[in-house]
Design a binder for this molecule. Structure first.
Ligand code: ADP
Ligand code: MG
Length: 702
């Protein structure tokens, strides 16, 4: 069902409308009237006949027609019966403003569930409860108690916090920022963030989707749909809070490092969602996306009437990884013909402190024509002769008349002396920034976004593997209720997915250990084998570099003597006798932690026992493409060590990227794998075989 009646209803009933100033039931009614809403308004209140000159109805049924939208403001305990009333007269859309539901505890939660049930049964979609309402300026609809109706614009806003939305409205109204719609989703008992984002996705007047979210219920759906929408409408989100289930009770390295926000971070990246850290940043970005075309490349030109801010912009361009555009000979020649001799015709183009509007107009026109320029930042400082207002008019004129398809961002520095100019810019849809740095930061995300949109199609490589083998090992473990898979069997699993592991086998006596060692050849590694010991080194359960049969036997006896003392409850089955990997390679970790909302989250980092100390790790959602696997490597400092520093030979980077993709395939094909680590994965020089020296896997019942 379309959510259009929430934004453009032909009639609105307000159940719980009030005559009393200061009450929400009064504020919403008067906001609706003050906003100039042109549809029918039906206040419902059984204690009065009239509010603010509008006829009042004792209940929904007595209105005599079905309102397109019903706003519910009655106390929480009456909301279920009001929802029943809505069902009776076949209402399709409602907003429950009332608070006192899930957010107050178990009683409220029950009440909320009751309301959801009634609504679902009747096919009613509702926003809330515990929300501020809905605002749609183009339809003069202010169905909220958040503040005044802002001007119409092309930004659709969604907020999980009503209070924050009120602040945003206030700020937007002060800046004259325009919106297509604003929605406070409250407890999102029925309509959730994805429903609204989807609605914004098809709304004609919404060009940019922005919002504040605390959590996303359907992670998979969000990634899929947001990715689709991001191709045509940029999505800018502030996100607070962290996944509670993230770091909690994680037994693997990956799990304990995957806390906080990493899943959201990679979900946003995959879906092309632009993350904003503050309201200011969000406004900065949103006004550019809403009003300016995307730049075709990273080359930025700067136009200024003073040296200082020009240098600030140049620094910011460098720091943000953009390119300082090199102007063509022709451009510089044209500029030199008309600008004073002292002007700088190289980027940053300095039209000098005495520049009037005409110099800006001329220079902007010429610079925008340069094929080496993808975007322009126009800087202005209010000096003695500066014409802030006229310059703003000139900038708007160039853009409107020439329509060059390149973004132009303004930064008029100062306050009262540039205010008239800033107002002209705003009306002319030229984004204005309070610092060169903010303008450049905005260009950076625009460039990133166009790169995201034009990136090659994602192709996930499928390796030929022995899926059957893994199936049978997992099935056996699940059947026996064994959720932790130790080194020996975890290695059988990853071998089936193409990993090489050290040769070795299991021994239950010192004699047997010695014999196996003889067959494998020395040096030898001995490791404790117990389903109850996850981190073997922690209990002295790993002995490397054993050089003779006698050493192996002694090490066996020592482990069997010491470890039961440290871990009296552990069921010790024996030891793993393993060949020692004598690689000059580096130890890295490949891991996966299944996020409850977004699914398998892959991890890469420097391995061995230092991983949790250094925390130099990168995460990304599976399934990984080759490109994404490599990007994960690039996102760590470890990468530089692996590549080889100061004459040291580098290791086989491709082998690591392939290992990541193979694990990604494994965990995508087996959703019962909850977490896993290959740590260490020992990688040597290119051409040598990388070896998975240790692995562990934990399962969950599906
Ligand atoms: P755990 O992580 O349970 O403590 P590991 O099997 O990872 O146990 O062993 C700990 C460390 O011992 C590894 O990080 C690695 O440096 C070294 N090691 C273990 N097995 C071998 C092996 N077969 N060859 C070389 N080094 C090994
Ligand atoms: Mg290990």
């Amino acid at each position: 069902m379309s959510l259009q009646s929430f934004f453009n209803p032909k009639s609105v009933a307000i159940i719980g409308a009030s005559r009393q100033k200061g009450k929400v039931g009064y504020e919403i009614l008067t906001n609706l009237v003050a906003g100039g809403y042109e549809g029918k308004i039906f206040p419902v209140n059984n204690k009065t006949d009239e509010i603010e000159g509008l006829k009042c109805y004792p209940d929904l049924a007595s209105i005599g027609e079905t309102p397109d939208l019903v706003i519910i403001i009655v106390p929480a305990q009456y909301v279920p019966s009001v929802m029943e009333e809505c069902a009776k007269v076949r209402v399709k859309s409602a907003i429950v403003i009332t608070a006192g539901f899930k957010e107050v505890g178990p009683e409220g939660k029950k009440l909320e569930e009751q309301v959801v049930q009634i609504a679902r049964r009747a096919g009613i979609r509702f926003i809330g409860p515990n929300c501020l309402g809905v605002i749609a300026p183009a339809h003069k609809l202010n169905a909220s108690f958040g503040g005044d109706l802002p001007v119409p614009g092309s930004i659709g806003y969604i907020s999980q916090s009503g209070a924050l939305l009120a602040a945003i409205l206030d700020l937007a109204n002060a800046n004259g920022m325009g919106f297509s719609s604003l929605v406070s989703i409250g407890n999102k008992a029925d309509v959730d963030e994805l429903d609204i984002i989807r609605a914004f996705g098809v709304q004609k007047d919404t060009k940019v989707i922005a919002g504040y979210l605390e959590n996303i219920a359907d992670g998979d759906g969000f990634v899929r749909e947001a990715e689709e929408i991001s191709y045509t409408k940029p999505i800018l989100l502030m996100k607070s809070g962290s996944t509670a289930a993230g770091a909690k009770a994680a037994s693997s390295h990956t799990g304990s490092l995957a806390g906080g926000d990493v899943a959201y971070e990679s979900a946003f990246k995959r879906a092309g969602v632009i993350r904003c850290d503050s309201i200011k940043e969000q406004f900065d970005f949103a006004q550019a996306f809403a009003n300016q075309p995307l730049p075709e490349g990273a080359n930025v030109a700067v136009l200024t009437n003073a040296g200082g801010p020009g240098i600030m912009a140049a620094d910011a361009i460098e720091e943000r990884g953009l390119t300082f555009a090199k102007l063509s000979e022709e451009t510089m020649k044209k500029l030199a013909e008309k600008l004073p001799a002292a002007a700088n015709v190289h980027n940053p183009v300095d039209v000098l402190g005495d520049a009037l509007a005409d110099r800006y107009e001329f220079a902007l026109d010429v610079v925008l024509d340069d094929p080496n320029v993808n975007s322009v930042v126009v800087l202005l400082t209010p000096q003695a002769m500066t014409q802030a207002k006229e310059t703003a008019e000139a900038v708007v004129k160039v853009i409107e008349q020439k329509k060059k398809g390149k973004p132009v961002l303004a930064c008029f520095l100062g306050a009262s002396k540039v205010a008239a100019g800033v107002e002209i810019l705003r009306r002319g849809s030229i984004p204005q920034y309070d610092s060169p740095e903010s303008a450049v930061a905005t260009l950076r995300v625009m460039v990133d976004h166009i790169r995201w949109r034009t990136r090659p199609r994602r192709v996930v490589r499928l390796f030929s593997v022995n899926r059957r083998k893994v199936e049978s090992i997992l099935e056996r473990h699940l059947r026996q209720g064994l959720l932790d898979i130790g080194e020996a069997e975890a290695k059988e699993i990853i071998e089936a997915y193409g990993f090489a592991t050290p040769r070795g086998s299991i021994a239950t006596t010192a004699e047997q250990a010695g014999n196996i060692a003889q067959q494998l050849g020395f040096p030898i590694v001995l490791k404790i084998w117990s389903p109850d010991i996850l981190h073997k080194s922690d209990v002295g359960g790993v002995k490397v570099g054993l050089k003779s049969e006698q050493e192996v036997k002694d090490a066996f006896d020592l482990m069997m003597y010491r470890i039961p003392k440290k871990k009296p409850d552990a069921n010790i089955l024996g030891v793993l006798v393993q060949e020692m990997v004598r690689s000059s390679g580096k130890e890295v970790i490949i891991g996966m932690h299944r996020d409850p909302h977004f699914g398998p989250l892959m991890m890469f980092g420097m391995g061995g026992i230092m991983v949790e100390v250094l925390k130099d790790v990168a995460f990304y959602l599976a399934p990984l493409t080759a490109e994404e696997a490599k990007q994960m490597l690039l996102n760590t400092k470890t990468y530089h060590i692996l590549k080889g520093v100061r004459g040291q030979e580098g290791v086989d980077i491709e082998a690591i990227a392939e290992g990541l993709q193979r694990v990604s395939q494994l965990v995508t094909e087996f959703p019962e794998i909850k977490e896993m680590d290959i740590n260490p994965y020992v990688v040597g020089a290119p051409g040598t075989t990388a070896i998975a020296v240790d692995a562990r896997i934990s399962l969950e019942k599906k």
